[in-house]
Design a binder for this molecule. Structure first.
Ligand code: NAG
Ligand code: NAG
Ligand code: NAG
Ligand code: NAG
Ligand code: NAG
Ligand code: NAG
Ligand code: NAG
Ligand code: NAG
Length: 646
């Protein structure tokens, strides 16, 4: 009898303790969370789980244990909501995500950063002894099948491991229509998420929404799942996040939690503000709108634009019904004519016939590309038989002018290295980060433009083609520039991400050596830059191939890295070339460059001699994405661009 009474009292105490637990942080200035890794509370009260530091993790946990189970071992109802933001340093190039975690310890010791999200490590991932239940906001598609990722923008329920029990692409069901609306987790915008468990029905719901719209009534994920086998009686609740090589910051702006009930709503107006990121990138043009361009704007074309000859009447334009869809992207010829003072700097690039409608759809699509290392394509102008593409104005012109033919001004090494990294990051965005695979097809120094701060921006999308991720490009006319054309491209006519990497290799050598890929000589044989650098490498003095204009102020390790990477990207076997993701990792020193001698480089243009030497390396490559690219969505435009140009 007494024993029963004590037991009952014990049960009541437990219930009381857990029922009591309810907390709400509208900002974390006064919160006493347990932080580790690089997590910190900023002076404005933001919980910053990670900052722009590579290969790190950050944890923030409620400091006290939370009772999750009643005396008979079933898990209580609980509910939590928080507002988070994932802010990549470079818009569109995203690092890892964030997870809400219920864990047996506060700091998840032994966990790994990067794709392990600071939750698990290679050995314990998936092991029942972990006792971790998490909701992941995953922004990287992991090629390793053990993670079972569905894409690079999803919400998942993780039980003891990173292969989600259930996951869905990020989005929410609107109340009114019940339709699923996509969201981009790493959009730098705050978003709110609710995680709710019904202890009686044993149902776990996860609901995501943009901030300020309230909780959608239909959850994004809803699973019937008894959590009691996974959780212990006392657990810790909190957040985990990690970074890899792509710089991303993870913030939590507010958090509310309740055991045995519904978490109090957050007071959104009181949440701290995110730091403003960078200068506003939007060009003046985009904010003022079309009608005023001719007067107020400097922007305008130049470097890479199509200009189809056969002009008849000066300002006559052709506008067809279907073009109304592209409204804001279309410019008036007259406005352009005035703005450019009659196309004084026009470049005649070539001519040919093509399916204009499909092509314009493609161009407008490309116009949606936004990356700080890409020149923004603002729109087009069309007349009978002519198409002009309008780009943002780049005050410092193209990079080649600073490299060869006795440049008046040259760039020092740190400027060059920054341009290289910028272009690599732009190309990575085109290949892997955008909604479709964009093959640039004409990467070269003269297509890299320098903005006001000497950042390199890849321009001239005149030849670029779009493919759906995971499809195969059709054979098309060979376009591109001699000296940058991969051997298999010339042979098969197929442009792939690997042919872009090849051209990027030639570009690296150009920048480091200050020479053209092919130097024409009157009397003697042409000098092929690739072979020339290769000969230095063979003699063990690759650094001597550097541009003498660099003088003594350069970092030998970086110059050597760029030259060797140039050779590696120019490998005659496409599979041996790294992906742009790997190129970025090499340039950031995140992974070491493979030993070139193992890659079977040989004097006859870097051929493939010892396949076993780089099996591990090429295996990584096979895991990396889209070397197999298929049918072009826009193959209708395939018969345009039948020309070479320089
Ligand atoms: C914060 O939590 C820690 C750990 O529970 C505790 O030692 C400390 O006294 C708390 N500080 C405040 C100000 O509540
Ligand atoms: C990131 O945070 C860590 C730890 O707080 C700090 O040492 C480092 O300087 C920070 N890095 C940046 C880029 O803010
Ligand atoms: C266990 O506890 C839950 C919640 O308190 C209750 O609904 C359930 O009936 C209990 N089960 C047993 C077997 O006592
Ligand atoms: C993985 O984490 C566990 C603890 O959670 C730790 O015991 C183990 O040593 C870690 N393994 C590695 C390879 O770090
Ligand atoms: C899970 O972890 C435990 C203890 O760390 C270990 O003994 C067991 O072998 C692991 N199980 C699996 C399947 O890895
Ligand atoms: C939403 O995202 C899914 C998966 O990423 C995709 O299949 C679908 O086309 C997208 N819908 C819209 C309207 O963009
Ligand atoms: C989870 O969602 C389902 C379906 O909308 C709903 O019926 C249920 O009440 C929700 N449960 C919780 C705990 O929110
Ligand atoms: C959707 O419906 C729920 C419940 O009726 C409500 O609380 C919420 O504010 C609504 N959200 C939106 C976006 O209308």
């Amino acid at each position: 009898m007494l024993f029963k009474a004590i037991l009952l009292l014990y049960v009541l105490v437990c219930l009381a303790a857990s029922q009591d637990l309810s907390f709400r942080y509208n900002g974390f200035r006064s919160a006493n969370l347990s932080l580790d890794g690089i997590a910190e509370i900023t002076s404005s009260g933001l919980l910053r789980l990670t900052n722009d530091t590579r290969q790190q993790k950050g944890h923030a946990f409620f400091p006290h244990p939370v009772t999750f189970k009643n005396s008979n071992g079933s898990v209580f109802t609980f509910s939590t909501t928080f507002v988070f933001a994932i802010v990549p340093l470079i818009a569109g190039v995203t690092g890892q995500g964030i997870a809400f975690a219920i864990a047996p310890t506060k700091g998840l010791p032994g966990s790994f950063p990067s794709q392990y999200l600071g939750l698990f490590n290679e050995t314990n991932n998936g092991n029942d002894t972990n006792h971790v239940v998490a909701v992941e906001l995953d922004t990287v598609y992991s090629y390793d099948s053990k993670f079972g990722d569905i894409n690079d923008n999803h919400v998942g329920i993780d039980i003891n491991g990173l292969r989600s029990y259930e996951s869905a692409p990020a989005g929410y069901y609107t109340n009114s229509s019940g339709r699923l609306t996509n969201l981009t987790l790493a959009s730098s915008q705050p978003m709110q998420i609710w995680v709710e468990y019904d202890g009686a029905k044993k149902q776990l719901n996860v609901t995501l929404a943009p901030i300020n719209i309230g909780k959608p009534s239909i959850p994004l994920l809803s699973v019937v799942l008894d959590l009691s086998p996974f959780l212990r009686d006392a657990m810790y609740v909190g957040f985990s996040s990690s970074t890899a090589s792509v710089l991303t910051s993870h913030y939590v702006l507010g958090w509310s939690y309740k055991m045995n009930g519904q978490a109090q709503a957050l007071d959104l107006a009181r949440l701290p503000k995110l730091p403003r990121i960078g200068p506003k990138e939007r060009s003046k043009f985009l904010t003022i709108g079309v009608p005023t361009i001719s007067v107020s704007v400097v922007f305008i074309l130049i470097s890479g634009l199509f200009y189809f000859i056969r002009r008849k009447r000066k300002f006559a334009e052709v506008l067809e019904d279907w073009e109304l869809d592209y409204g804001p992207h279309r410019f008036k010829y007259k406005d352009l004519y005035i703005a450019t003072k009659g196309f004084r700097d026009k470049e005649l690039l070539g001519s040919g016939g093509f399916g204009m409608k499909v092509f314009i759809a493609e161009i407008v699509s490309i116009g949606r590309l936004r990356h700080r290392n890409l020149v923004t394509l603002l729109g087009y102008c069309r007349r009978k038989g002519e198409l002009l593409l309008v780009y943002d104005y780049m005050p410092n012109g193209s990079l080649d002018k600073y490299l060869y033919d006795q440049p008046r001004v040259t760039l020092n090494w740190s400027q060059r290295f920054r341009v290289i990294k910028g272009v690599a990051s732009g190309l990575f965005y085109l290949h892997e980060e955008w909604e479709q695979v964009v093959i640039h097809r004409d990467v070269k120094a003269s297509n890299v433009l320098l903005d006001g701060e000497l950042n390199g921006r890849l321009g001239d999308f005149g030849l670029a083609r779009l493919y759906d991720h995971g499809t195969d490009p059709q054979t098309t006319h060979i376009v591109g520039t001699l000296g940058y054309l991969a051997p298999e491209h010339a042979r098969t006519g197929k442009a792939t991400t690997k042919t872009d990497v090849y051209a990027f290799g030639a570009f690296l050598l150009e920048v480091a050596c200050g020479r053209r890929p092919i130097e024409r000589r009157e009397q003697a044989d042409d000098v092929i830059l690739l072979d020339w650098v290769f000969s230095f490498w063979v003699r063990g003095e690759i650094l001597e191939a550097r541009d003498p204009n660099l003088g003594p102020n350069y970092i030998p390790e970086e110059v050597e890295l760029v030259l060797k990477l140039g050779l590696l990207c120019s490998h005659s076997v496409p599979e041996a070339r790294p992906s742009m993701r790997q190129v970025l990792q090499f340039l950031e020193w995140d992974i070491p460059l493979p030993e070139l001698s193992l890659l079977g480089l040989s004097a006859s243009g870097l051929t493939f001699a010892h396949p076993e030497g780089f099996s591990e390396f090429s295996m990584n490559m096979a895991l990396s994405h889209s070397s197999s690219v298929a049918e072009s969505l826009l193959s209708g435009a395939a018969d345009f661009l039948p020309f070479f140009f320089t």
